[in-house]
Every structure is written in structure tokens, then in C-alpha cells.
Ligand binder design. Structure first.
Ligand code: SAH
Length: 385
């Protein structure tokens, strides 16, 4: 079996279990950070009621989970100590363990977190003027194996939980001095649409004014084009932004770079982008001599115009992508001009954090060493939350 077709087989089972509407509700654990605001406040209200305490205590405690986060109940000094102790005996609010922090000369910072089962995930903080964009992970590893991506090379490990996804933003808020996100992009490790069950509540936690309070237009979900996820995102009433990793303008080239294209070919992805009720961004990594020729620009322009997409040209981050070289500056400029000449709005992204292995999966790869990816056909066994 070719590795590409085994990836798509594994995708079938992953997509079904991650986006299906399984009837049975998942049992709510005691980790308050895995619940969305309504659920958490409801749980806390019920708990305070049982303890003969007023309902306002629930919103008081909830305010210290995300908005002004604390590491433990003991720090919520606005409620009596006996209640803090009793809360800690019932609920947990586990913090992510920061194991590494690297700062680039351009101000970009990269954080490596260790999860309670030892998995490592990355978060990148990118300051730009008044903005602080956090690039967060949605999975440990990734099943998709895009040819140029360091996360793909480490294989799929597991889905992250809401406490681990939104928890990355919370963890940086808890640093001294705090790093306060104004924007969040799901462009760290993993494919968010393959973990929609946890990404959807995470979006609520990021956006809800009672939790992290980041405007929906400042939150971008990046996907290779997993259709059920795009539809589910489109059904949310908030104005979350969608970015699609296109990277090649023909099925043949895209298949060779992104095995997922066998399951979700370009025509389907472009149709889904056109049906999405908000403006979509195409991401296009510029790979020297591979996808950066004038013909590619002409083909890409047709796709972008079909769904009125905005195109972001991304210089390849060289660390960790074996066998690819970044396109040269003049080639990228010419490609951008060719798109604009065809009335496609185009931006050329600056590469950030070049000295700290800041692209998807690169820091973890640096720490753990490169190993062979887990075969895609083993992913069917993975229990998807
Ligand atoms: N799985 C999602 C989100 C994570 S990757 C997706 O693919 O969209 C976020 C973006 O970084 C994607 O567009 C991905 O293709 C790109 N990327 C991965 N490795 C890169 C590298 N070495 N240089 C530049 N961009 C890279």
C-alpha cells in the first residue's frame, strides 16, 4: 500500500470519530479547564449549592480560571480558605508544565510544554507592533505527513484536550510578565479539524468574554482542507477566520506534497471555501523550484478567484524540512506580482523566529531527535476524543 493511500484510510476513521455526532455525552471529568464556560459555571453552581453557598461564587471562581488565571484554588483568596480546600478536593485546574523557552533576535518566542503523559507540544508568541499573536497546537504530532513539515515527520501522537489547547494561551497569561494574546492562530502542531471535538470548545474558551475574551475575528483556524471541519466551523455563529493550506495549484503536485489531497482534492476544498460565509485565506508555502513557477501562479490565481480567497505567501522555514529549499526573494516577489496582476489579493509573510526553529514542529524535533514517523495505517487504532 502506498503511504499516501494509507494516510487517507487512517483519515477516514480519524475524521469520522473526531467530527461525528456521537450520541452519548462524554462524562464530564473534574478538570474544570476542559469544560466550556456554561458547563463549568453550571458545575460550580451545583457544587456551591450543595455546600450551601450563593451562586455568585461560581462566577467568582470561574473568573480565576481563564480571565485572571491562578495556578491553584489556594490562590483564589477572595473566597474563604475552607471553600478553597473543598474545591481542590473535588476539582482540578492543571497547568501546563513549561519545559523550554527560546527567544529569537526578532522577539519571537517559542515555548515547549510537557503534558501529564509526557507528550511535548509547542506554542509560539509573535509580537508585531501592538499585536501579540500566539500560534498554538491542537494535536501532539500530526497524521497528515505533509512533505515539508517537521510535525508530520514525527507522526500522530494524540489529540489535545481543551485544557491543553486553550491552556496554552492561559499558560502564557500566567507568566511574569504576562504574555497577553491579542490574536490566536491554530498553526502550531497538528490538524485542528481532525480534533474538532476539542477545538470547538477551545474556540469558545478563547472567545468568550468570561474566559480569554479574544475577538473571533482575531482567531484563525488553519486546515489542510478537512471538509467536515470546515462545515462545522462555518456553522458556528462567531466570525472565526479560516485559513486553508493549499501549497500547490494542481491535484498532482498537491498530492505529492500533501497526501490528504487524495481524500480532499482541490476542487472540493475550493468549493468548501466558496461556500464558507466568510473570507478565506489560502496559505501557500514557497518551495524553491517546486511550486513557485509562473504557471503555478496563474493556476493558483484561478483557484483563489473561484472562492475570492486572499493569498498568504509563506517563505519556507528551512529547519526540519528535508529535501526542500526556500524560494528566493525575487521569485517570491514575482509570484506575488503575478497573483496581484490577476486581481488576487496577496501578502508575502515575513519568516519569524528563523534562529529558534520556530516553524511547525521544529522545536520538539530538535529536542527529541528525528525518528521515523509512525505508519499512517496504525492511526486507525487511535482513540480520538
Ligand atoms: N495542520 C494545519 C495547521 C498547522 S501547520 C495546516 O496544515 O494548515 C500551519 C501552517 O504552517 C501550514 O500552512 C503548514 O503547511 C505550514 N508549515 C509547516 N511547515 C512549515 C515550514 N517548514 N515552513 C513554513 N510553513 C510551514
Amino acid at each position: 500500500m502506498s503511504s499516501a493511500s494509507s494516510v487517507t484510510q487512517a483519515l477516514d476513521s480519524l475524521v469520522e470519530s473526531s467530527t461525528g455526532s456521537a450520541a452519548e455525552p462524554s462524562p464530564l471529568g473534574n478538570n474544570l479547564l476542559d469544560l466550556d464556560p456554561d458547563q463549568a459555571i453550571e458545575r460550580l453552581r451545583a457544587w456551591f449549592a450543595e455546600h450551601g453557598e450563593p451562586a455568585y461564587r461560581a462566577t467568582q471562581v470561574f473568573g480565576r480560571l481563564w480571565d485572571r488565571p491562578v495556578a491553584s484554588f489556594d490562590e483564589i483568596t477572595e473566597i474563604p480558605k475552607r471553600l478553597r480546600e473543598a474545591l481542590a478536593a473535588t476539582f482540578t485546574i492543571p497547568s501546563l508544565e513549561l519545559t523550554d523557552r527560546q527567544r529569537s533576535i526578532d522577539g519571537t518566542e517559542k515555548f515547549l510544554f510537557r503534558l501529564d503523559d509526557g507528550q511535548l507540544i509547542e506554542t509560539v508568541a509573535i509580537p508585531d507592533g501592538n499585536r501579540m499573536t500566539l500560534c498554538i497546537s491542537s494535536q501532539a504530532g500530526c497524521a497528515l505527513q505533509c512533505a515539508f513539515c517537521a510535525t508530520g515527520a514525527m507522526g500522530f501522537q494524540r489529540n489535545l484536550k481543551p485544557s491543553e489547547i486553550a491552556g496554552q494561551v492561559r499558560a502564557l497569561r500566567m507568566l511574569t510578565p504576562a504574555i497577553l494574546a491579542t490574536n490566536v492562530v491554530f498553526m502550531g502542531m497538528g490538524e485542528p479539524m481532525m480534533n474538532w471535538k476539542a477545538v470547538s470548545p477551545s474556540l469558545t474558551l478563547l472567545n468568550d468574554a468570561r474566559a480569554l475574551g479574544i475577538g473571533a475575528r482575531h482567531i484563525t483556524i488553519s486546515t489542510v482542507g478537512v471538509l467536515p471541519g470546515i462545515i462545522a466551523l462555518g456553522e458556528r455563529p462567531e466570525q472565526f477566520r479560516l485559513a486553508i493550506s493549499i501549497h500547490a495549484p494542481t491535484d498532482e503536485l498537491r498530492r505529492s506534497l500533501m497526501p490528504v489531497n487524495i481524500k480532499y482534492p482541490l476542487s472540493d476544498v475550493v468549493a468548501a471555501a466558496a461556500a464558507f460565509d466568510r473570507r478565506v485565506t489560502f496559505e501557500y508555502v514557497m518551495l524553491g523550484g517546486v511550486n513557485d513557477q509562473p504557471l503555478h501562479a496563474a493556476q493558483l490565481a484561478l483557484l483563489a478567484r473561484e472562492c475570492r480567497a486572499f493569498v498568504n505567501l509563506i517563505p519556507l522555514h528551512p529547519g526540519g524540512s528535508m529535501g526542500f529549499a526556500p524560494s528566493t526573494g525575487p521569485v517570491i516577489s514575482a509570484f506575488a506580482r503575478a497573483l496581484r496582476a490577476r486581481h488576487v489579493e496577496t501578502a508575502v509573510r515575513r519568516s519569524r523566529g528563523l534562529d529558534i526553529a520556530a516553524a511547525c514542529g521544529q522545536l520538539r524535533t530538535e529536542r527529541l531527535g528525528r525518528r521515523l514517523p509512525i505508519a499512517a495505517d496504525q492511526h486507525g487504532e487511535v482513540d480520538v476524543v
